[in-house]
Design a protein around this ligand. Structure first.
Ligand code: MN
Ligand code: ZN
Length: 381
């Protein structure tokens, strides 16, 4: 079968690989649509694609394992790896963690799914026994396995996944929309972590795809005062079209004075960093209202300045958010009830064979793309 394979950093192409068979407890999904994500670029290039500032070197790297120490069982000499996001990617790897398709085969012991079921797949696989798993935080499992990162993912005609990770879709939900459940789950996860209260205003840094999903999710959760800041006007236009009530071009206007004025000096209760720029931290802390919550999504390894006095004086809450903690059922529900407009988030649909060109487009013209979907298999509906 055909798959998009990353053989080593910067070395990627469509390749013929072996078709998976369903292992016990797993199902083989025929992938219909898969979304291309910034973190796929990270894997493709062996680096963090979001970094715009000079980086502290040495925290993210790619190479070949030369020697393994006592007790290391997950890696062998000769493995090609990258380090980033605390994840070791072994090459060759089929990437793709945002996808939906149709069950083609069910493995032994699977009773919840049947051949022909339309599903989308939560990429988070956790062990169930480590500390974070025991307290209900499986998305930061000590032994976390992410489909499309640690094991082969959705840029593939067929992919085998644990049955419990495949979520059945309601009748009538297009598979192209279902491929966006994962990015929306990122938005729901960070907002849930920030515990929004009715009437809270929210400031979102960054109008890329994640920033846009946060705008839409904030609306879906009932928040109505949503400000987005970015430096690309075209992205800010999109943010307004998707539900932002106010946008600020950070190059043309001073975000801090605009927000201070807008909030009557009170500050902003909810601030999300979807621009993932460590240098923004001091400004976010200054802009937060007393009792405010700041959500962080970036995986930049550069340090940020944090002023203790500001944190304590205002009793701020700083939350990190990684992947999603079992948010798929709620996202599917919000989509099915029309509270999330997935259609408007999609900017391009490309044939599987054109995926390498689509990657070039995303990298050379980020202002022209929102979510780019790869169509792997045509399914009616
Ligand atoms: Mn993603
Ligand atoms: Zn665990």
């Amino acid at each position: 079968m055909k798959a998009f394979q990353v053989r080593a950093p910067h070395e990627f192409s469509l390749a013929q690989v072996e078709t998976p068979v369903a292992a016990p407890g797993e199902v083989v999904v025929g992938v219909a649509y898969a979304g291309i994500c910034g973190s796929d670029m990270h894997i493709i290039h062996g680096q963090n694609a979001f970094v715009r500032f000079p980086r502290v070197t040495g925290h993210e790297f790619a190479g070949v394992v030369q020697e393994v120490g006592e007790g290391v069982e997950t890696l062998s000499v000769g493995d090609h790896i990258i380090h980033g996001q605390n994840a070791f990617v072994r090459f060759p790897r089929v990437t793709g963690h945002e996808f939906a398709g149709v069950v083609q085969e069910v493995g032994e012991g699977v009773e919840t799914l049947s051949v022909g079921d339309r599903v989308c797949v939560d990429p988070v696989i956790s062990c169930g026994t480590c500390y974070p798993c025991r307290i209900g935080r499986p998305n930061v499992c000590t032994h976390l396995q992410v489909i499309g990162v640690h094991r082969d993912g959705g840029f593939s005609e067929r992919v085998s996944v644990p049955a419990e990770n495949a979520h059945k879709l309601p009748e009538g939900m297009p598979l192209s929309h279902a491929a966006l459940v994962e990015p929306y789950s990122i938005a729901l996860n960070v907002l849930d972590r920030m515990q929004p209260q009715p009437g809270d205003s929210v400031l979102v840094y960054g109008a890329g795809v994640i920033g846009l999903t946060i705008v839409q999710m904030a609306r879906a959760l009932g928040l109505t005062d949503i400000t987005v800041t970015d430096v690309i006007d075209r992205r800010l236009q999109t943010a307004r079209a998707l539900g932002a009530t106010r946008t600020i071009n950070g190059q043309a206007q001073d975000v801090e004075s605009v927000m201070k004025e807008q909030t009557g000096g009170e500050g902003v209760p909810l601030i999300v960093d979807a621009a993932c720029i460590p240098a923004l931290m001091p400004q976010m802390v200054r802009l937060a209202s007393p009792a405010g919550r700041i959500g962080l999504l970036g995986f930049n390894a550069a340090p940020s300045d944090l002023v203790q006095l500001e944190m304590i004086k205002k009793e701020l809450t700083l939350v990190g958010s990684r992947l999603n903690n079992r948010k798929f059922p709620r996202v599917i529900e919000l989509m099915a009830t029309g509270k999330l407009n997935a259609q408007d988030l999609i900017s391009h649909r490309v044939a599987f064979d054109d995926m390498p060109e689509a990657i070039d487009l995303i990298e050379s013209h980020p202002e022209q793309t929102r979510k780019v979907l790869v169509e792997l298999m045509h399914v009616a509906g």
